[in-house]
Structures are given as structure tokens and as C-alpha cells.
Design a protein. Structure first.
Length: 302
């Protein structure tokens, strides 16, 4: 589940060595989950639970602290299926990335990337794969920076504020890597439910998609209280005591996040049921998260 940030403007956290000119975007001088941008030189807080590290704990990772584990155990006591939800969300991301690549989209803007406990979903064996990771947690950003060591990988890492999408689109760390004149897949998995209605998530997503080329994709998953209401609301109550409370939304409200875009079949469905490679495992009906992919057409308002 994603990350939240506190602080000021988006900024470049790391800039990779220049990629060979053949692999660079034309004109280029030469990745949360994260609704709020970290302040310059923000310090790692080990005494406050963070959703990215809680998510890592759900997946069985080791990149978390006592505060994260305590908060995660409290949430698991309220909703034991959170571990299954984390796995289902990562599996959806992998399927959606594979779909994007099969559709000819090899550029990715992953906002709220989280810790790569379950492995990185992007195929760096392709010369045209470009990925920008955006998150807030210093631990997450350190892991993302490590990916830049891959030989020939065109990657970037930025600290971003999903509530200030214009700043994210202008960020030189993004523009050094992504060619915004070509399609990009905007990845917003398990992050938008950390934005309250007052943060205008529809407006933020619309602005980001408007800045991307036709053919771009929106990949999104979002918690809901429609599938397993009691469990979802109990988990949301546990998160209410954290710096990143969770906003549960209905299927129509989640579909509205895709306004102006053309849905990719099967539309907005429970996460395990978005184009599964095989029959979803038992317990999938208890995963209270919807997921979907949509495309920006030539005429799309995006």
C-alpha cells in the first residue's frame, strides 16, 4: 500500500549517468506510494509507521521498523486479508505492466512505487524501457536509486507530490528520462486511497494524464468498502491513527478516476480478477480493492 509524504516541492533525488544518445528522449539532457512530497533533506523517521514499510511487512519483507510492524499487526488484527491484498496488488501490477509492454508502451511513471519486496516488474532487458520512480520514504528512494545501477537502464527517481501534478510533470528528473511526446503508463497502484476527497484526486490524475501523449495508459488500484465492508472499514479505522489515513471509495467513484479515458477490458474489477493468468486463488473474493487500466485516445481529455 503506498506512501505518504510531508513537506515541500518535488525535487530530483538522484540523476543517473547520461544514457547513450540512441536511448535518449529527443531533446533530453541526457521510481506509494506518495501523496505529499518530502522536504529537502528529509530524515528517515523510524519512530512513525509508514504505509510503504507496512506494505513491505505484509509481503514478508525486512525493510521496516518496530513502529511499522506494530501498526501493521494492528491493521492485520482488523483485516487479516491485508497480506493477500498486498500480494494481489503486486500481481495486478505485473500483469498491467506486461499488458502495457505488449501494447507498445515501454515508458512508466510509477508514483508511490513502494519497496520492491516482490521484485521489480519492469523489463530492463529492453533498450527502450524507461522508468521514473516517485516516492517519499528515504528507504524507498534508496532502493529505487539502487535500480539505477543496472547497466544501460534508463531510470530516474524523484520525490513527488501527487497533489501538485504540474510540479511532477515539470520535474527535470522525470524529463531527463521520459519522452512525454511518446506514450507513458502512469502507475497509481494502492496510492490514491491515501488522498482525501479534498485533495482532488480526480483533478490530479486528470492533470497528469493531460500531460502525457495519446496512447498513454492509467494503471490504478484502489481500496473499497463495497466488497468486504466490515473488514475494510476496520482496516481504515486502524489507518486513521497514522499520518496516512485511508479513504475507501465506491466502484462508481473509482471509475470516475478514469474519466476521459477509454477503459481496457474488463474495466474496473476486483484486483485479482483483472486479466488473471489463471483462476484466482481461494480467498480472492475477500480482497477489497478494485483495479483497472484505461487508455488515453487521440481525442481523450485525459
Amino acid at each position: 500500500m503506498p506512501s505518504d509524504e510531508h513537506g515541500a516541492r518535488a525535487r530530483v533525488v538522484y540523476r543517473a549517468p547520461e544514457a547513450p544518445r540512441a536511448n535518449r528522449a529527443p531533446g533530453a539532457p541526457h521510481l506509494a506510494c506518495a501523496p505529499r512530497a518530502i522536504a529537502p533533506r528529509a530524515q528517515l523517521r523510524t519512530d512513525t509507521a509508514h504505509p510503504a514499510r507496512m506494505y513491505d511487512y505484509y509481503l514478508g519483507g525486512k525493510d521496516n521498523f518496530a513502529a511499522d510492524r506494530e501498526a501493521a499487526e494492528n491493521a492485520l488484527a482488523a483485516a487479516p486479508e491485508l497480506r493477500a491484498m498486498a500480494r494481489a496488488n503486486r500481481a495486478f501490477l505485473r500483469r498491467a505492466v506486461a499488458f502495457a509492454a505488449a501494447s507498445g508502451v515501454h515508458q512508466f511513471l510509477d508514483v508511490g512505487t513502494g519497496l520492491p519486496t516482490a521484485g521489480d516488474p519492469y523489463d530492463y532487458s529492453r533498450a527502450d524501457t524507461r522508468v521514473v520512480y516517485a516516492d517519499n520514504d528515504p528507504m524507498v528512494l534508496a532502493h529505487a536509486r539502487a535500480l539505477l545501477a543496472r547497466p544501460g537502464a534508463a531510470t530516474g527517481v524523484v520525490a513527488a507530490d501527487l497533489r501538485n501534478p504540474e510540479e511532477l510533470l515539470r520535474d527535470p528528473g522525470l524529463r531527463d528520462v521520459l519522452d512525454l511526446d511518446r506514450p507513458v503508463a502512469l502507475i497509481l497502484t494502492a496510492v490514491v486511497h491515501y488522498l482525501a476527497d479534498g485533495d482532488d484526486p480526480r483533478g490530479a490524475i486528470g492533470t497528469l494524464m493531460a500531460g502525457l501523449a495519446p496512447g498513454s495508459l492509467l494503471v490504478l488500484s484502489h481500496a473499497t468498502d463495497e466488497i468486504n465492508p466490515a473488514s475494510a472499514r476496520s482496516a481504515a479505522a486502524a489507518y486513521a491513527h497514522l499520518p496516512t489515513p485511508m479513504t475507501l471509495r465506491s466502484r462508481p467513484a473509482i471509475r470516475a478516476l478514469f474519466d476521459g479515458l477509454t477503459p481496457v477490458s474488463p474495466g474496473v474489477v476486483p484486483t485479482p480478477y483483472w486479466r488473471p493468468a489463471r483462476t484466482p486463488r481461494g480467498g480472492s473474493d475477500r480482497v477489497w480493492m478494485y483495479a483497472g487500466v484505461a487508455r488515453k485516445d487521440d481525442s481523450g481529455a485525459g
